[in-house]
Design a binder for this molecule. Structure first.
Ligand code: FA5
Length: 348
């Protein structure tokens, strides 16, 4: 068999081999085997030396055409294999748009926020504005302008976390009374405002006390506001949140920033008034403090106490939530246990 015949045989046989290869790696080894330095074509070209001089050009041409043919067969096969791979991948990764989607868990406001929202809706309906104030507060607003000078003994009732001597975590939302009174322009009408937010105290945690809890402050100042207005407003809040299920009682109390002062209690949800650990065996749970704004508070904020007066209250939505839903430990609200929190769906 002549060298040319040998090459022709290789051309035909190996072209079939190339078509049969099913993966890219094998195709690459075949390419090296056929077209590499040790391959049959390079060998044949080397063997050209032994041919008579007049046969060399046509043989050379033939060898080159065999190499080009094999090369293009390899390239064609490579393209086919790549296309196959892509099709398989697409088939494999196909998205079935008819499959049901993964449900997205829907969040809801925290149960205390739900109570606050309800209180806000009620007061907005009565023409109050809703404002928020700083949780990191000045001693001046938290105590001094609330008629609690530096060494006032009533400060002991509300010890807190101090940032500096003059800056502290507010113990109550009452500083918002002073902040709004200072700014309010009475020629534009009465002041009617509520202010919900978080407050902090160095209270020891127990079933009804947390060192961090919420309050909603309220204040109404105008020319002819009486204690009857306060009582009517508080009864409305209790009725709105609890319906007729519970009794509310007002009892005399003391706050340096109101005179007279009251506290409001609601029948203990746990024992129905008989007395238990939750209500400390009193049958009542205290939910808010209130009173007629002290003239000193008005005067310190630049309001003429001879002309203007009114009431203020500070209620505890945490306690409201306990009563409304029968939660016997306030600490549950702050543990972030999703199983506990999802019980209070907004619709429920
Ligand atoms: C005050 O904080 C007054 N600023 C309320 C006030 C406002 C009186 C305006 C007069 C005029 P007191 O410390 O009682 O008052 O707290 C008010 C309410 O916050 C309580 O009735 C209770 O519902 C809630 N509260 C108080 N301490 C805690 C606590 N540690 N954990 C949970 N709730 C609390």
């Amino acid at each position: 068999m002549t060298l040319k015949d040998q090459l022709d045989k290789i051309r035909q046989e190996r072209k079939e081999d190339i078509k049969d290869v099913v993966d890219l790696k094998k195709l690459d080894s075949l390419r090296v085997e056929l077209l590499g330095k040790k391959g049959p074509i390079t060998q044949a070209l080397r063997g050209m030396r032994d041919l008579p001089a007049d046969e060399r050009p046509s043989f050379g041409q033939f060898a080159n055409s065999v190499r080009d043919e094999l090369q293009s067969a390899i390239e064609t096969r490579r393209d086919e294999l790549k296309k196959d791979m892509l099709n398989k991948q697409l088939e494999h990764e196909k998205i079935d748009v008819t499959l049901p989607g993964k449900p997205v868990a829907q969040g809801q406001p925290h149960v205390i926020q739900q109570i606050i929202d309800q209180i806000e809706d009620l007061f907005i309906g009565m023409g109050y504005q809703v404002l928020s104030g700083p949780e990191v507060e000045e001693d001046k607003y938290n105590f001094e302008m609330m008629n609690l000078p530096k060494d006032h003994p009533a400060r002991d009732m509300q010890d807190t976390f101090y940032i500096t001597k003059e800056i502290l975590m507010r113990t109550q939302t009452s500083p918002m009374q002073a902040r709004t009174l200072e700014k309010h322009d009475f020629s534009q009408g009465p002041l009617k405002m509520i202010s919900p937010g978080v407050v902090y105290r160095r209270d020891t945690d127990d079933p009804t006390h947390s060192h961090q809890f919420h309050q909603v402050e309220g204040i109404v100042i105008d020319k002819h506001i009486t204690m009857a207005d306060l009582k009517g407003t508080l009864e409305l809040v209790a009725h709105e949140l609890f319906g007729d299920r519970f009794d509310i009682r007002l009892r005399p109390s003391y706050f340096p920033f109101t005179e007279p002062s009251v506290e409001a209690d609601i029948t203990c949800f746990n024992c129905g008034g008989k007395g238990c650990a939750v209500c400390k065996y009193t049958g009542w749970i205290e939910v808010l403090g209130a009173g007629m704004v002290h003239p000193n508070v008005l005067e310190m904020a630049g309001v003429d106490a001879e002309v203007y007066g009114g009431f203020a209250f500070g209620l505890g939505p945490d306690r409201f939530a306990m009563l409304k839903y029968g939660v016997d430990d306030i600490r549950n609200f702050y543990l972030n246990d999703i199983r506990f929190l999802t019980q209070f769906s907004k619709k429920g």
